[in-house]
Design a protein around this ligand. Structure first.
Ligand code: 13P
Length: 276
């Protein structure tokens, strides 16, 4: 029986564990994600950028992708998006959660739009992720350089007014590889977790390159969804390079197998470390 995403995430929160949202960008990753989640019987979030999802809709239809890769343990999520019509399209298509990222707007505008999304999502049992404070860097065409830190009074107001399901906070985190980790400020998450409802669920963006102790501390403050994109892209290219170096003949089936096995191992390592 498939658990609703909210139930799966609440269970992780109670166990002080987290799952991962992997930003997929091809079919090998989609297949490996599903295989790994089913094998381990652990919830995994398949996360799409708006740009990649529009591409998939164009080429294959989102319905086709959902029919093939949504399963008892895989959940579908739309990453950073401000196009409310596109968010509604994903909600209606059966996504388990969507992100409305109003972090670049003033708080009033962010709250107003988050409420529009939340009201629509509730009708379809879909969770909504919101963000305060900007995560630096570009994620598949979305965002820009320059981060900002979420401010506690705004966090409290935003969560109270929107009843947001998943709260992403700018804590000095960034998309892409970190040059250094000096800017990471976990005290924002710690304070937010103390001042908000004890069951509030949090999201950590910019998971690539964060040390274990940072991830584990973030989980202790209620993070149940950690986003990984850059490291997955790198892993995919590394498997491809390794295969191309060691195989002179083109053979799609052995390449496919190698890719899916390699990516499954990659997903498995994250899940066994932080989700069980
Ligand atoms: P990384 O690219 O740093 O893994 O961040 C992914 C992310 O936060 C997607 O929203």
């Amino acid at each position: 029986m498939r658990k609703p995403l909210h139930t799966a995430l609440n269970e992780l929160r109670q166990k002080q564990k987290s799952t991962f949202a992997f930003n997929v960008q091809n079919f090998y990753q989609l297949e490996a994600c599903k295989i790994t989640a089913e094998k381990l019987k652990l919830p995994v979030i398949i996360q799409f950028s708006e740009r990649f999802l529009r591409f998939l809709e164009d080429k294959y239809s989102v319905k086709f992708i959902m029919e093939n890769f949504k399963s008892d343990y895989t959940y579908f999520h739309l990453d950073h998006c401000i196009d409310i019509d596109f968010i509604k399209f994903c909600i209606e298509a059966g996504f388990d959660s969507v992100m409305y990222d109003g972090s670049a707007f003033l708080i009033d505008e962010n709250i107003k739009n988050s409420l529009i999304v939340k009201e629509h999502a509730e009708k379809f049992n879909c969770l909504v992720e919101g963000e305060l404070g900007k995560v630096s860097g570009v994620e598949d065409g979305f965002g820009e350089e320059g981060s900002s830190y979420a401010e506690i009074q705004e966090i409290i107001r935003y969560v109270e007014e929107t009843k947001i399901d998943l709260m992403a906070l700018g804590i000095g985190n960034a998309h892409g590889f970190y040059e250094n980790l000096e800017g990471i400020d976990l005290s924002i998450l710690e304070e937010a977790s103390k001042k908000l409802h004890p069951e509030q669920l949090f999201v950590l963006h910019g998971g690539t390159g964060l040390p274990k102790e940072v991830i584990k501390e973030a989980i202790s403050y209620g993070v149940v969804k950690i986003n990984i994109s850059t490291q997955l892209k790198k892993e995919t290219i590394d498997i491809l390079k390794e295969f191309a170096t060691n195989n002179s003949l083109y053979n799609e089936i052995s390449y496919h197998t190698k890719m899916v096995e390699g990516l499954s191992n990659f997903f498995e390592q994250y899940l066994l470390e932080y989700t069980v």
